[in-house]
Ligand binder design. Structure first.
Ligand code: GLC
Ligand code: MG
Length: 423
């Protein structure tokens, strides 16, 4: 969170499974729309938090499967583990706080008495979370009985039912809502409270996110029965909470618009966007450029001279480009290569997205822009750490020219012979 020099404009706190990530959308279209929106307009001055029931192990698996952005804060295991930044530094203060009136051994001992409870995998058993599967029809009865048992043993726990199948037992002080309240307190103490916070969820363990004071909330259209029921009983008529008509990440975008929290038209929703959108910042420029590149390689746009003119106006004629293999070329060669490559990645499910975009004005009108550029083509996924030196014209501050482009493989594992000509 140190990335920001002041309060975040918007803080989005989103669940992952069936909220940010739509498992019924193999092309991840809504997620890619959200990514483009976030990187173009929000990354620089806002905060992205993921709050998931998943343990670190299976959160990592999801990140390998889906085009998820890197969040500023990751809250895992139903609000029992908080980590910061790309390197996921754990918040030990939070972990210690959760020890209060918690005794994992007693929870394990008592739950063993319930035959209806089927243990989840070992990865999902965490220091402050004990998790089971439980049939929907038996849920309320078992939860009541279990709650009585644990209370008798002197424990103060929270029992949460999600997705019509999963049962989690956590310390009372834990949960997604409590973890968010803890973070908001921390930000407040530093005078960095976000201007607006939007929480997003679809299932039972998300319900308490919506009770955090002053937040806006969105239940995605595909929300689970238990959350819809919670909404009907607790939040109907609350104008700060929306039950979206759109699924998953599309519902989040809908909520940003509904509550007027900022730009809500994803660059992906604009056809021929490079001609019809006024560029607002270097990060917006980057998103637009790579969107053009994706569409060009997919052969989705017209192979017209107009696009060549666009490239010539963006890529400076005397600039240069250092490919991740280390080869240095004049910038105009990118244009020549792209000209030949039109439509080459058609039918490969080719997608490009950027993550962790940041920029700084290093001297008047001169910008250093950094981001991770991801490319998916067939089953091949690559990432380049990318730096671009851009100039903006004094008389046209919204027009950027790429002077120098430098890329490095993220994992350094690619062979030198493996040189696809991409930007
Ligand atoms: C995730 C976790 C699981 C938990 C469920 C509901 O699926 O992996 O352990 O029970 O969320 O919170
Ligand atoms: Mg979910």
């Amino acid at each position: 969170m140190d990335r920001l020099s002041g309060s975040a404009n918007l803080m989005i706190v989103s669940d992952l499974d069936l909220t940010m990530v739509d498992h019924d959308d193999p092309e991840n279209l809504a997620l890619l729309r959200f990514n483009a929106l976030w990187e173009a307009y929000y990354r620089q001055n806002s905060l992205l938090l993921f709050s998931t029931g998943r343990s670190p192990t299976i959160y990592g698996e999801l990140r390998n499967q889906k085009p998820l952005l890197t969040p500023d804060v990751t809250i895992m295991s139903v609000g029992t583990e908080i980590t910061y930044g790309e390197s996921m530094v754990p918040d030990d203060e939070w972990t210690q706080y959760l020890d209060h009136k918690w005794n994992r051994d007693i929870v394990v001992e008592e739950t063993a008495k319930f035959r209806e409870l089927v243990s989840q995998s070992d990865t999902e058993q965490r220091p402050h979370k004990v998790s089971f599967y439980l049939e929907k029809g038996k849920a309320s009865k078992v939860m009541q009985a279990l709650s009585n048992c644990l209370e008798k043993r002197g424990l103060d726990v929270k029992i949460i039912y999600s997705n019509g199948i999963a049962l989690d037992i956590l310390p009372q002080a834990a949960g997604k809502g409590r973890a968010l309240a803890f973070l908001l307190e921390k930000l407040k103490a530093d005078g960095l409270q976000p201007h607006n916070t939007l929480v997003c969820g679809d299932s039972g363990n998300d319900a308490e996110l919506f009770s955090v004071p002053e937040v806006y909330g969105v239940l995605v259209s595909n929300a689970q029965e238990e959350l819809v029921q919670w909404y009907a009983e607790n939040a109907r008529g609350n104008l700060q909470i929306l039950h979206a008509t759109e699924r998953c990440a599309a519902g989040i975008i809908q909520a940003i618009g509904n509550f007027s929290l900022g730009p809500h038209l994803s660059p992906r929703d604009v056809r021929d966007s490079v001609f019809h959108t006024k560029v607002l910042s270097p990060s917006h420029e980057v998103v637009m450029f790579y969107l053009f590149y994706e569409r060009w390689m997919r052969g989705e746009i017209e192979n017209s001279e107009q696009y060549m003119q666009y490239l010539k106006s963006v890529l400076h004629s005397t600039g240069n480009y250092v490919h991740p293999s280390g080869i240095d070329r004049p910038m105009h060669q990118i244009i020549d290569t792209l000209k030949m490559q039109f439509g080459e990645n058609q039918g490969l499910g080719f997608r490009v997205w950027v993550d962790r975009t940041s920029f700084a004005e290093i001297s008047l009108g001169s910008w250093l822009v950094k981001f991770d550029k991801w490319e998916l083509s067939g089953n091949d996924l690559r990432c380049c750490l990318t730096k671009v030196l851009m100039n903006s014209k004094v008389d046209a501050p919204n027009e950027f020219t790429w002077m120098h482009l430098h890329q490095t493989w993220l994992d350094g594992s690619r062979g030198k012979d493996d040189i696809p000509w991409f930007v």
